[in-house]
Design a binder for this molecule. Sequence first.
Ligand code: CO
Length: 240
Amino acid sequence: MSTSEDKKNGKPAIDTSSLKLAQADSYNALIKGNSEWVERKLQEDSEYFATLAKGQSPQVLWIGCSDSRVPANEVTGTKPGEVFVHRNIANVVVHSDMNMLSVLDYAVNVLKVKHVIVAGHYGCGGVAAALSNKQFGIIDNWLRHIKDVYRLHANELDRITDETQKQNRLVELNVSEQVYNLCKTSIIQNAWMERHDLEVHGWVINLGTGLIKDLKVTSSSPHNLGYVYELDSVNAAAQH
Ligand code: CO
């Protein structure tokens, strides 16, 4: 409620005390949740954090959507230390994105992960936004990469009249294109010249069932990249 003093000072007549309480509650819940998690972990294994602190050797790099409903560890039933994670809106692999490239290089060349997985999900807000012609602000520039995926597959997508089906199919096609984009990188191609235990996969998570759909677009060699994208080895170039 506003007081006469508020009115005098021209302050808005809004009681913010309950808002501030809710704000503090949602924040404090995180700290409380953390201490309960630590307690639970220590009850299961008193050495849990001592072991975790020693280092990581994950076998998997997960490139997923920032959506709060698709946490890499929970979806795959893995523990901290088992999955290296990069997330952005709509799990896009943009070849000039230094953040993604740094994560990919570190995962492939230092951690020596054996699987790189692009994990999309049905009901992706980023994909839905890319399907529309509305403006959402800065994010439109990021989502344009998904519009590019649409353009590549417009023949198929334009024929789907059900909006949900169209969106689901674009989610799948987006994952497949991002797998392709990963395979185009010099990081993945150079790694394939050195070792044969690196696979790139595409998944879609069904939020309604929790289940993963493997899109069966796994790549483990550059042979399907096509002559435009397949790179010679650095050594071969030096010999010319
Ligand atoms: Co999403």
